[in-house]
Design a protein around this ligand. Sequence first.
Ligand code: SF4
Ligand code: SF4
Length: 471
Amino acid sequence: MSARPLGAQTEAVRQGRTGEVEHALRAQGPLPLGPKEGFARLRVGLDALQQCIRCGMCLQACPTYLLTGLETESPRGRIHLMDALAKGRIEPTPSVSVHLDRCLGCRACEAACPSGVPYGRLIELAHGELTACAPRSRLRDILLRGVVARPRVLDLVARITSLYERLGIRRLLHATGLVRALPSRLRRLEAMYPPLTRPRYRAPAPPPAPHARVALLLGCVMRVAYGDVHTAAARVLVRFGYEIVDVPDQACCGALHAHAGDRDAARGLARRGIAAFERANVDAIVVDAAGCGAHMRGWGELLADDPAWRERAAAMAANVRDVSEQLAATDLPATLGRLRMRVTYQDACHLAHAQGIRTQPRSLLRRVEGLDLVEMPQADVCCGSAGTYNVTQPAYADALQASKVAAILSTKADAVVSANPGCMLQIASGLKARGSDLPVLHIVEVLDRALAKYASEERGETLGGRSRSAS
Ligand code: SF4
Ligand code: SF4
């Protein structure tokens, strides 16, 4: 993706003529979504908004700016819009909110910012305020609060929905081409249908002499769609001496709710998670979904206004570890198994930008004997997966997905590795659309397979040795 020349709006902001952009936006949309008092909570972030010195160093990191060259599709432009909304200079019209909605929340700008603007927190606040202004969506409430937040209901819905695949309906729709006759929104949802027929999580037996006790976040979508990835993560942790403590009361971390602007539901889920993990009394909460880990590290800020939970939330957030971070900090052998494979690694935005974890996954992969890690171009640029972005912003999502797939295929790798279920789904659907059946693996799956293969080969060699000496 190459940068577009500076647009007129960008030039205006660069020269300090920010009023021109506001004027253009005011002229675009006459329909206020609701009262601007709704932005009271965004005013909480005013100090953070003032941290932006308009240097523009974030622009070339922003996927939506790189696609459009528009100031209003850049972090700096969005910060300016949020500032104008918070101060009541502009109304939350659809023509304003669309620019905030098109933000992926990838936080690449935050990582590039020399002034420390906490962009992720600000855009989450803005989404919360825009959601409060918009008419309430009953369907969204049912999905997020009634299904995703309740593990048992989610499990039931997943089992019913999996019949679409189990009964062969999906295969039939694709084989006959009927899938192309679906309305475009439905077709997009179909392309993102999660793999609900994969095995569920099975806790491995504890190691003989554990050196630490950890809990594994099971989450929501991961729990029903990638249970075998959790199993792989747990097996690798156990192999290196961690006891996985069962936490039966845990639920969704609330990342999807916060991303959708439902901060009240996100707070409720954070409280529930904190209480559940406190009862488990573990050394760390290990997470194998980058988006969940990034959100949980922000639990302290999410509950900062709640005196009863503020300190508990901050303490719990400080104990959250991504699985690759936890493993990389462990006393590991020089070789992590054996796997003859050429792989390329995709940085999940919420791992690389939001948590600053880039080297640990790569160094773990490089320790696998026989594994060839080849870098793709722009590995840390968003793949276009961001909650429902694929459905709400199809043109942008498609462009980002196409760039990502081209970058992956250019490496001629045997598999692509990531650390976030959303990225895995987005990349798999993009590869399928290009006619590629390249496997998309989670990093713990690669490590688990490499270690298992190594162990079985070692066993084979030992048995072979024994039989030879016996004969
Ligand atoms: S890099 Fe930071 S300070 Fe500079 S324009 Fe972007 S958000 Fe503002
Ligand atoms: S979060 Fe990502 S898409 Fe949004 S402004 Fe920052 S870099 Fe751009």
